[in-house]
Design a protein around this ligand. Structure first.
Ligand SMILES: [Zn+2]
Length: 135
């Protein structure tokens, strides 16, 4: 009887531990997804600032960033966002070497977490709409 009781207690403790662990994983996943969405909003704000900068500076095809780089160029067009802040999940954004491509289109920055996955998720963040520009 005593052995059965101990076995039951151990099973219950293991179950609670597993539940706690999976609950933690669920919370962590939710947190990571929220950071990914915040990142996408930040990338959209940076792209919009780059469009406004390109318009104001009359940037043509393959326009180079001015002295001070993207952060200095975009700062006047961003409200409440430091252009050098980077991804909310950590890491700096990668800006292309030029503001525009050969056809004059804006080249947006990219997040280093775009190709990573959250937990055991098989799809990379970018395919899930996280850490990439919104469509
Ligand atoms: Zn990101």
């Amino acid at each position: 009887m005593r052995i059965l009781l101990v076995a039951l207690l151990l099973t219950a403790a293991a179950g609670a531990g597993l539940y706690g662990y999976s609950h933690y994983q669920g919370l962590e996943r939710t947190r990571q997804e929220a950071l990914g969405r915040q990142c996408s909003e930040r990338l959209a704000a940076l792209r919009e600032a780059a469009e406004r900068y390109a318009l104001a500076s009359q940037a043509g095809a393959e326009a180079a960033w001015p002295q001070g780089g993207p952060a200095a160029a975009l700062a006047p067009y961003l409200v409440g966002l430091d252009p050098a802040a980077g991804c909310p999940a950590g890491g700096d954004y990668r800006f292309p070497p030029t503001v525009t491509d050969k056809d004059g289109r804006i080249l947006p920055p990219a997040c280093p977490h775009e190709s990573e996955t959250i937990g055991k998720s098989e799809l990379p963040n970018g395919r899930r709409g996280l850490h990439v520009l919104p469509p």
